[in-house]
Design a binder for this molecule. Structure first.
Ligand SMILES: [Zn+2]
Length: 230
């Protein structure tokens, strides 16, 4: 929801739509409470009972970084979100019910371009990505959920989304190409899938991508920029 001058824009997710008249389900609508009041009262005035509200996004600013799950068509967006440090699960080609289950069970916001998918009752938190270009999609999601303060670039594996951690060169030496062994001393490894990362030649392009998203690569920019086959 977003608050404007005397009016509040609301959009309900999941079963909260059951409390709304048909014309207000799954879409944004504006109410004018009149006097200034807490956001939750404005939502209640629209017909949604207070106890039913699990999470209220005011001006789309969240108190802690959200986790996401993305549908099969948003693989590139998932990789960009992981580059920024966001927890972005991308289970690939699974059926819609399973995707909704993951979203609910793991409290992940479901990102999709499929309006029908978000209409499933099991989907509590979801967002329809408007743009078609992955970079613009990332910009859209980052802006929509106010993610910039939570971004920690180069802290997650681009392949599986888990955290990466520094690893001793000796431990992964046999996994490296001869030239990589020669030119790099610092390495990181995914704590889940084991993929190895180092500050390769592609790092400037990744930093450029973060820059376009308005994200400071930060003091960690000399950290792992990617790995084999990135
Ligand atoms: Zn991994």
């Amino acid at each position: 929801m977003t608050a404007g001058s005397g009016s509040v824009t609301i959009r309900a997710y999941g079963s909260l739509n059951d409390f709304l008249p048909r014309s207000r389900r799954q879409v944004e609508f504006t109410v004018s409470p009149g006097l200034p009041c807490p956001a939750v009262h404005a939502v209640e005035a629209s017909g949604i009972p207070h106890p039913e509200i699990e999470m209220l996004l005011v001006d789309s600013v969240l108190p802690s970084p959200p986790a996401f799950v993305l549908d099969v068509h948003l693989g590139k967006l998932a990789r960009i979100l992981r580059l920024t440090g966001m927890d972005a699960a991308w289970p690939g080609s699974i059926d819609d019910d399973r995707l909704a289950e993951i979203s609910a069970a793991q409290e992940r916001i479901l990102l999709t371009r499929d309006r029908w998918l978000l209409r499933r009752r099991a989907v509590v938190h979801g967002y329809i990505v408007r743009d078609l270009d992955p970079l613009l999609q990332a910009e859209e999601v980052i802006g929509r959920f106010g993610l910039r303060p939570f971004c920690r670039p180069f802290t997650r594996c681009s392949r599986c989304g888990s955290r990466i951690a520094p690893v001793e060169r000796e431990e992964i030496l046999d996994l490296l190409e001869p030239l990589t062994k020669l030119h790099y001393d610092e390495f990181w490894r995914c704590t889940s899938c084991g993929r190895v990362y180092w500050s390769g030649s592609h790092l400037p392009s990744l930093v450029g991508l973060l820059d376009r998203l308005g994200i400071d690569p930060g003091a960690d920019q000399d950290l792992a920029g990617g790995g084999p086959g990135r």
